[in-house]
Design a protein around this ligand. Structure first.
Ligand code: PEP
Ligand code: CO
Length: 455
């Protein structure tokens, strides 16, 4: 039988694989195309990790955040790893996020939209394609979905089987988070479930506990009058990751019976990283065709005109909730870089949700070789972000953070004033340095203060 020849793509025709006609940055080189094709075919048949119903619910919630009716808290590891897919690591991270969201709900007096940076955060952009140690050069580690961190040729080979393993680890993570939340872990009547075993005598933890006791009293008072209030026994939790590895994202892009369009069903909320957000690049092409709410990281070198064109491509109909812009400028640059962008988007009348990532513009290396961030710079950038938005007449509607529930010393400063020497003690991140528990709570309290609430 004759096969019809494929219809040539119209310039604006989109398909889950139309990104392949563009330049795709930050992708690994797979040695064997047939092996990759077998893995992506298998992946495309595995069940989705989220549903189109959830994707649409999140878009609606993000639309409300754009209107100032909710605040977005998005956080988790810089990179998840397969070995960290364990009960304590997942639940400790969830505990920090729940504690922060309680501080925010209480202080901001509005619902908080909780989005984890997990259950799929396995691909990392790198500044160089290769790494050289003692005269040996190997491909860079690009995250567990691509290759392994060990410095051997075998570990660094881009292995298509890892696409399947990443899906499985995302599903395991998601399953545990969903079960915890559905089972009552997030019940506001029991904030003691979120206490971290290793936290002792932390000054901020004491402040947090006083606040929790106050909330418990009001809750009991209200329920005495009105009976049990359903909204307090569970919360919604969504997931997000940087949709960097386009073969993975394409295989998870599906159509569903009840809703029109194509959905990325590996996460409700994928984002484009700063390094891959070019207007004519493969990532922009892929993202423009999916129906999910999406985000883009915006760095200090972004130009207003380019940003407006990107907005046109990614959200031509100005759909509410569709587009979030996450600025990550750095404490030293935000005051000069952000105002023009805010002004341009506002003048163009475009509807976006502005979110601050005070982490990625503040990364530096210490003399003893650690990648770190100074807490003062992180706090400083976030503090300035609120003021800059207020001056521009725009709204900072959320925050994007790298944090962990483990007892780490990766960012310097904070309540315990960690210094360079402390980094030696518990530096565990494979990639970017994360906020620890106290540093995370301190930022939540700062957000409340900056928004005119009490904390
Ligand atoms: C990240 O979020 O880990 C990251 C690499 O961010 P950015 O794209 O903003 O540099
Ligand atoms: Co990072």
């Amino acid at each position: 039988m004759n096969h019809p020849s494929p219809t040539p793509l119209k310039p604006d025709a989109w398909a889950p694989d139309s990104w392949q006609q563009r330049v795709a940055l930050q992708q690994p080189v797979y040695e064997d195309a047939a092996e990759l094709a077998r893995a992506t075919t298998q992946l495309a048949q595995l069940p989705p990790l989220v549903t189109s119903w959830e994707v649409r619910a999140l878009k609606q919630a993000l639309a409300e955040a754009q209107e100032g009716q909710r605040f977005l808290l998005q956080g988790g590891d810089c990179a998840e790893s397969f070995v960290d897919c364990t009960s304590p690591i997942i639940s400790n991270r969830l505990k920090v996020l729940l504690q922060m969201s309680l501080v925010l709900v209480h202080g901001l007096k509005k619902p908080v939209l909780r989005v984890g940076r997990f259950a799929g955060q396995y691909a990392k952009p790198r500044s160089t394609d290769t790494e050289t140690r003692d005269g040996v050069t190997l491909p860079s580690f690009r995250g567990d979905v691509v290759n392994g961190p060990g410095f051997t040729a075998e570990a660094r080979r881009a292995d298509p089987q890892r696409l399947i393993q990443a899906h499985a680890h995302s599903a395991l993570t998601m399953n545990f988070v969903r079960a915890l939340i559905d089972g009552g872990f997030a019940d506001l009547h029991h904030p003691e479930y979120w206490d971290l075993a290793w936290v002792e005598h932390a000054p901020l933890a004491a402040e947090y506990r006083r606040m929790v006791a106050g909330i418990g009293d009001s809750l009991r008072f209200m329920e005495t009058l009105a009976g049990p209030i359903a909204g307090f026994t569970r919360v919604d939790f969504f997931t997000s990751h940087e949709a960097l590895l386009l073969h993975y994202e394409q295989a998870m892009t599906r159509q569903v019976p009840r809703h029109q369009g194509w959905f990325n069903l590996s996460t409700q909320f994928p984002w484009i990283g700063m390094r891959t957000a070019a207007l004519d690049g493969a990532h922009t092409e892929y993202f423009r065709g999916i129906s999910n709410p999406i985000a883009v990281k915006v760095g200090p070198t972004a130009k207003s005109d380019d940003l407006l064109r990107l907005i046109d491509v990614l959200n031509p109909s100005d759909e509410p909730g569709r587009l979030t812009l996450i600025h990550r400028m750095g404490n030293a640059q935000i005051a000069t870089a952000l105002p023009t962008l805010l002004e341009a988007v506002k003048r163009a009348g475009r509807r976006v949700l502005w979110v601050a990532d005070p982490m990625h513009g503040n990364t530096e290396s210490t003399s003893n070789g650690y990648k770190t961030r100074r807490f003062d710079n992180i706090r400083g950038e976030l503090d300035q972000a609120f003021d800059i938005h207020a001056a521009a007449g725009t709204r900072l509607g959320g925050v994007h953070l790298e944090l962990t529930g483990e007892d780490v010393t990766e960012c310097m400063g904070g309540a315990r004033d960690l210094n360079e020497a402390d980094l030696n003690r518990a530096y565990k991140s494979m990639v970017d340095p994360r906020l620890n528990y106290e540093q995370s709570l301190e930022l939540a309290m700062l957000i409340v203060r900056k928004s005119g609430g009490m904390a």
